[in-house]
Design a protein around this ligand. Structure first.
Ligand SMILES: C[S@@+](CC[C@H](N)C(=O)[O-])C[C@H]1O[C@@H](n2cnc3c(N)ncnc32)[C@H](O)[C@@H]1O
Length: 626
């Protein structure tokens, strides 16, 4: 990973115990780097205690991300599908306490999403990487509001003391320094813009701008004074600052000039030069803007921007406002007349969620002034979890927590607790007791008899999942953990004592703990298996290997490329196979077989082992059987 392509993630300073939120994560190149960072310093034989939540609003791009991160074989990742500006905090509210009293819930180890690091790689006009021109200035202006909202949501989800990186691949200051300036203004002294000039010294960077012009309707505006009278309804200083001048034109002009001077002064006092501009011609990279912020204290209540920058959608009813998704009643004195002209249901959701954030937001958030609204890119799929989606049911007019809720079109995430199946798996593969299974297995099907896949989650992911279940399933989870076992569906599969085979993603983690159904093949037999896919016991070059394979039980087995001494470590190569009635067949995709074969042939086995793609789980395996 070079300093150039990983500057954004490196500067975030993740360690293996960090809970990290990647707010706009697809297609996942930075998520991959974040995962590499949390795996980097872990002790051999263990999983990191931290984890990554990778989120994107676009469900198809989420799938790309899942594909991209698959080769990490990680149990420490949750992929979610939310509009980042409304990302839920999963804070447990008073209903949870009620549920506890009635014995419904158990105490989870975390009580709200606790992010140590947030990456806010926002959608941007993306102009700079192609032409280094402000190709889409209009888009930059339009997207500024959403960028501020996403960054502010990230800051509100960040622990005090945590670090957030705001980045774009645009060079338009409206999407960069203007966003950072607005964040600093709204956060008051709660957030500082860090000077990271001594970090990553090999990364050539230029300082952030202190002055810029905004292009509007073909005119460059250097200051608010330049805005024509006719445009002032559409452009307001400070994203919608209003001042009542009694309709006097002269005093309006004076007011505006005074306000503009204050604004200019305010901006020039901000240390925006600490932002980093990385330009293509300095070191032959793409163009990036990066700002690193540090949260010093909880955000001031009255400066929550999410609620000031809303898209006009519909006027909410009093009922909408009064009831939040977890049944907490808030702002109960609000009347129909006091409601803002227009608030989106998604904003109501965010407001509700913010209520769950505790003291960080109060009802002032609901006093939204429509004049403060700004443009927003509509997420492709926003689900409104108010109501049936959350799995909350009404009992006697009050909402009550339910242990399992559901997002429309998304399979639930359920802890797998069928002990008979777990025991049969452990016995069949001889998995040693030291491997932590209990509470770490999840499925996407509440009917455990018909489960097709079983996923393994790390302790950190397990904690978040417990919190999510207790809190009414606010997280819309697209993917979670590591696919470890798959039900064998073939006819022959039903004859095996164990209905589940080990998936290739789960194999690296399980390998050091498997004591049965495992055989070690010579290089020539291993290559033959990859080449011919199925080999009869009698046809193996090494007759002893064929015999050992024939003595395995019918069903899934693991074939390891033999080496001397035969210990499992970072260089071990193994594949999942099927021990049939008369033969052994590989259960690896044709592409993977070809790749592995090419590597083995091109470099010789020893070289191939050294040249594998970096896989952090291989670090875990290192020395794990010592
Ligand atoms: C600059 S790309 C992110 C690139 C990514 N960080 C990576 O390194 O691969 C911006 C992403 O933001 C997503 N996006 C756009 N609007 C969003 C929103 N409101 N909430 C969350 N994600 C959003 C887009 O779908 C896109 O995948």
């Amino acid at each position: 990973m070079s300093a150039f392509d990983s500057g954004t993630t490196t500067i975030l300073g993740c360690t293996s115990d960090h809970f990290v939120l990647d707010m706009c994560a697809a297609p996942g190149s930075k998520t991959f780097q974040l995962l590499e960072m949390i795996y980097e310093s872990i002790e051999p034989g263990s999983l990191p205690s931290g984890m990554v939540v990778a989120n994107d609003v676009d469900v198809q791009r989420c799938n790309l991300l899942i594909h991209q991160t698959k080769r990490m074989c990680t149990a420490n990742l949750i992929v979610t599908n939310h509009a980042a500006q409304h990302f839920p905090s999963c804070h447990l509210n008073k209903n949870y306490a009620n549920a506890l009293e009635s014995g419904v819930a158990m105490e989870p180890s975390v009580r709200q999403l606790p992010f140590d690091r947030v990456l806010c790689d926002v959608p941007c006009s993306g102009d700079a990487n192609h032409y280094f021109l402000y190709r889409s200035v209009g888009m930059g202006n339009g997207i500024h509001g959403l960028q501020v909202q996403i960054a502010m949501r990230g800051i509100s989800l960040l622990k005090v003391g945590g670090r957030i990186v705001y980045s774009t691949c645009s060079m338009n200051p409206v999407e960069n320094e203007a966003v950072v300036a607005e964040i600093l203004r709204r956060c008051g002294g709660s957030v500082e813009l860090l000077d990271v000039s001594s970090e990553l010294p090999q990364l050539v960077r230029r300082p952030g701008l202190k002055k810029w012009k905004v292009r509007d309707k073909g005119i460059w505006l250097a200051s608010y004074k330049d805005v024509s009278k006719f445009r002032r309804a559409g452009i307001t200083p400070k994203l919608g600052e209003r001042h009542d001048n009694g309709g006097d034109e002269n005093s309006e002009k004076k007011d505006l000039e005074a306000l503009t001077d204050v604004l200019d002064e305010e901006i020039s006092s901000l240390p925006l030069e600490r932002c980093m501009r990385i330009v293509p011609h300095d070191q032959n990279t793409g163009a990036f803007f990066i700002a690193v912020l540090h949260k010093l204290s909880p955000l001031p209540e009255d400066n929550y921007p999410i609620y000031l920058c809303v898209a006009i959608q519909k006027k909410p009813t009093t009922k909408d406002v009064k009831e939040d998704i977890n049944g907490v009643e808030f702002n109960s004195d609000v009347t129909e007349e006091q409601l803002p002209e227009a608030v989106s249901s998604a904003d109501l959701l965010a407001a509700s969620d913010a209520d769950l954030l505790g003291n960080e937001l109060e009802e002032s958030a609901l006093n939204t002034d429509p004049s403060k609204m700004c443009d927003e890119i509509e997420p492709k799929e926003i689900q409104d979890p108010v109501d049936k989606e959350t799995g909350l049911e009404k009992v006697g007019g009050k909402r009550k927590l339910q242990s399992q809720g559901k997002w429309k079109g998304v399979d639930p995430v359920v802890f797998f607790s069928n002990n008979d199946i777990v025991d049969s798996i452990m016995t069949f593969y001889g998995i040693d007791e030291s491997f932590p299974f209990s509470g770490h297995l999840v499925t996407r099907n509440s009917d455990t008899n018909h489960v097709k896949r079983i996923y393994y989650v790390s302790k950190s992911v397990k904690d978040i999942l417990e919190l999510n279940l207790k809190g009414g399933q606010q997280l819309k989870i697209t993917s979670i953990g590591l696919k470890m076992f798959e039900r064998q569906s073939s006819k022959e599969g039903s004859l095996s004592p164990c209905a589940f085979r080990i998936s290739s993603e789960g194999l690296p983690l399980l390998l050091p703990h498997i004591t049965k159904q495992i055989v070690h093949a010579s290089t020539v037999d291993f290559k033959h298996l990859l080449e011919y896919k199925t080999i009869k016991f009698a046809d193996f070059v090494d007759a002893e290997f064929g015999e050992k394979a024939s003595k395995l039980m019918l069903g899934c087995c693991v074939v390891v490329l033999r080496k001397d001494p035969p210990k499992v470590d970072a260089s071990t190569i193994a594949i999942g196979c099927w021990r049939g009635r008369t033969n052994v067949s590989v259960m690896v995709t044709a592409i993977d077989c070809r790749e592995m074969l090419e590597r083995l042939s091109r470099m010789g086995t020893k070289m191939a082992l050294n040249c594998q793609k970096p896989n952090p789980l291989m670090l875990i395996l290192k020395n794990s059987n010592k």
